[in-house]
Design a protein around this ligand. Structure first.
Ligand code: SF4
Length: 671
């Protein structure tokens, strides 16, 4: 199995047993409970990561991405890492510290310090107008990287990674967009390389022969930034300056090309790591190249390695979704893997703020001590627990309750488990959502959960259970508009289910995340049976200007609209812009500030910007929010049956899949 991935490899002085790393991810847990952080990383080491690269540790205070970053120049932060390193080593793993400086991507409010950068160029990502570093500041920053590297090795780390991608400080020096200097540190491509090279040499000198990885930006995806030739030249120069391996990141946080969203096809950017690998080979002094970005299964990693696109593969989010992804896949149990769905809601989106990260589909992530793999409670008594509804909250509640030792019956009115994930799985790029449901089917089976689909239950069916977890989800909210009960009006769930029967012109009332997803599906249509995803990759590259080609015309004419607020409100920070951009590029009309007069057989009569307009439509879809489907609670209360409401059945305001899974975990564990 996975012969390329299972081949040992060396990074400098470090021999790794295979080629799949856990990539860096800022957790917002680095300054919290050391034991919890250690448990998080140790579980991933036991799960088989060849090498773990930590989230970024700031080499100085002004370089911290936010107040949630470890500061390597603050002794108070270092004790945590000793605990982490020991725990990973005890688990049989290896761990490298990422040396980080955000530059102009530091949020100004973090430590009341003005961010620094090569030049004073405003950042749309952080909102910062940085100060240009002077000579003394540059020298001090290089020293800080070297000191941070020395500290890391003294703490017992197995190596370091220098962060020079994603638009952070070293990347800012390398780019003509953010480096406007004309001195030893900027002015042409050679001088723009000087700072990343000086940092690399200083770190190398500081750590002797310890492994040094540099994470470079393979493609900034920012207009006017470094060319592929310049990136290749930087890669070769970094290897010459002492890098033992190059980890290839893609895209800045300011880029308007999606790189980490679910809509990005798997392995979409491996051409970039392949190009850099070829450039290094031509130089005559190659070092291993690590590919990253949207690789979420060992089968994909194997393909990347077998194709020669990289020497190693880095996965960050997949290790959040399933710490055991490598061990299970190598052991032939890949069907057990809980796949990262690329939603970013509990990880990347939180990493930009201060909320501790976790994982939507694995709410245990970051809470390993709170929900240990070996349940702490005595398993002698097997309470009979019913879970009603098998959407995200119900699936997780059933899993957690069964794992904690309960005897669980899971009822679902639909023919299969998955709930809203089954709708989402139809949206272009969200096919992995279906894998979540499949993964839960298997885990529930292993835990002997009695899953009964295809019949709605009543309170009478639930007599005899010690506790009922109500996870019956939501109902589409109805709108109070003239004509809303007409034959041309359906709700979003009916639209997802009956796509083929919908006409050529669709008006959607509502423009939140579900409406945006539905619009995407309506304009792209469902992929043909047997599609292998290559069409998605071509379409993605063409849509984003990364390849020339002609796209098929949109399948339908679609308008989505709302009274107020932004299009896609409620979607995550990293996802909303990309999803809205994608549907607009495919011709979806997006209207906000709409006043509704009513629905007619020919469409929706609205007023916008003071002018009346008929949005012509064959079908009008209502996607204007949801209400809890919770009638069962009152019936159970009448009968005195103990119950807990979770997910959409409990509350729809602010609900998302992250909250639903987490509520399911807590309710199931407590039941
Ligand atoms: Fe993947 Fe979403 Fe989990 Fe992040 S929150 S690791 S993107 S499934």
């Amino acid at each position: 199995r996975y012969p390329s991935a299972q081949t040992p490899v060396t990074i400098g002085a470090l021999t790794l047993p295979h080629r799949v790393l856990m990539g860096s991810m800022h957790l917002n847990r680095e300054t919290g409970d050391a034991a919890a952080l250690a448990a998080f990383y140790a579980e991933r080491a036991r799960g088989g990561a060849a090498l773990i690269i930590t989230g970024g540790a700031a080499v100085n205070r002004v370089g911290a991405g936010s107040a949630g970053y470890t500061l390597l120049d603050d002794p108070a932060h270092l004790a945590t890492w000793r605990v982490v390193v020991d725990a990973v080593h005890e688990a049989g793993g290896r761990i490298a510290l990422q040396l980080f400086h955000a530059g102009r991507y530091a949020f100004e409010s973090s430590f009341s310090l003005t961010p620094v950068a090569p030049s004073a160029v405003h950042s749309r990502f952080s909102g910062a107008m940085p100060l240009a570093l002077d000579e003394a500041g540059i020298a001090a920053t290089i020293d800080d990287f070297a000191a941070g590297a020395r500290t890391a090795i003294a703490l017992g780390f197995d190596g370091v990674e220098v962060m020079a991608s994603e638009g952070y400080l070293l990347n800012q020096f390398a780019s003509p967009v953010t480096n406007l200097r004309d001195d030893a540190w900027g002015g042409d491509a050679v001088r723009r390389r000087a700072f990343p090279l000086a940092v690399t040499r200083a770190v190398r000198a500081a750590i002797g022969s310890a492994p040094l990885i540099v994470r470079i930006s393979g493609a900034d995806l920012v207009p006017g930034s470094s060319t592929p030739e310049e990136v290749d030249a930087l890669a070769v120069a970094l290897a010459g300056a002492g890098a033992d391996a190059l980890d290839v990141g893609i895209g800045w946080h300011e880029a308007r090309v999606p790189t980490v969203q679910s809509m990005v096809p798997h392995g979409a950017f491996t051409d970039v790591s392949a190009r850099i690998r070829r450039a290094l080979a031509r130089s005559g002094a190659p070092v291993p190249v690590i590919a990253a970005n949207r690789i979420n299964a060992l089968a994909q990693a194997e393909r990347v390695l077998a194709d020669g696109a990289a020497d190693l593969v880095s996965m960050a989010r997949p290790f959040l979704a399933d710490p055991h992804i490598v061990a299970d896949s190598f052991a032939g149990r890949q069907e057990r893997v809980n796949v990262c769905i690329g939603c970013n809601e509990a990880c990347i989106d939180r990493s930009f703020g201060l909320e501790p990260i976790s994982c939507t589909v694995n709410p245990r992530a970051g809470r390993e001590l709170e929900f240990p793999l070996a349940p702490q409670r005595p398993r002698g008594h097997r309470a009979r627990i019913a879970v009603v509804g098998a959407g995200p909250a119900g699936m997780e509640a059933a899993r957690a309750a069964a794992f904690a030792g309960a005897q669980v019956t899971l009822f679902e009115a639909a023919p299969a488990i998955g709930g809203q994930f089954l709708l989402a799985g139809a949206v272009p790029g969200k096919e992995d959502f279906l894998q979540t449901a499949q993964s839960f089917e298997r885990v529930l089976d292993r835990l002997d959960v009695d899953v009964r689909c295809g019949r709605a239950v009543t309170a009478a069916d639930l007599a005899g259970f010690a506790h009922v977890i109500i996870a019956t989800g939501v109902l589409p909210r109805r709108v109070d508009l003239p004509g809303a009960d007409g034959p041309n009006v359906i709700d979003y769930a009916q639209a997802f289910a009956g796509l083929a029967q919908l006409g050529a012109r669709i008006a959607v009332i509502g423009a939140g995340g579900i409406a945006v997803d539905l619009a995407h599906l309506l304009v792209e249509g469902r992929p043909p049976d047997g599609a292998d995803g290559s069409q998605d990759r071509d379409r993605f590259l063409i849509e984003n200007g990364l390849r020339t080609g002609i796209l098929s015309p949109p399948a339908r004419q679609v308008t989505i609209m709302r009274r107020s607020g932004p299009i896609g409100a409620g979607m995550g920070m990293s996802t909303r812009w990309a999803a809205v951009q994608a549907i607009r590029r495919r011709g979806v009309r997006t209207l906000t500030g709409v006043g509704y007069h009513g629905i007619e057989p020919g469409g929706v009569r609205i007023e916008i910007d003071g002018a009346a307009e008929l949005i012509a439509a064959d079908v009008v879809v209502i996607a204007a929010g949801q209400t809890p489907r919770a009638q069962l609670a009152a019936q159970l209360a009448e009968r005195g049956i103990a119950h807990t409401l979770v997910g959409g059945a409990r509350e729809t305001a602010g609900l998302n899949a992250v909250a639903a899974f987490e509520q399911g975990l807590r309710a199931g564990d407590a039941a």
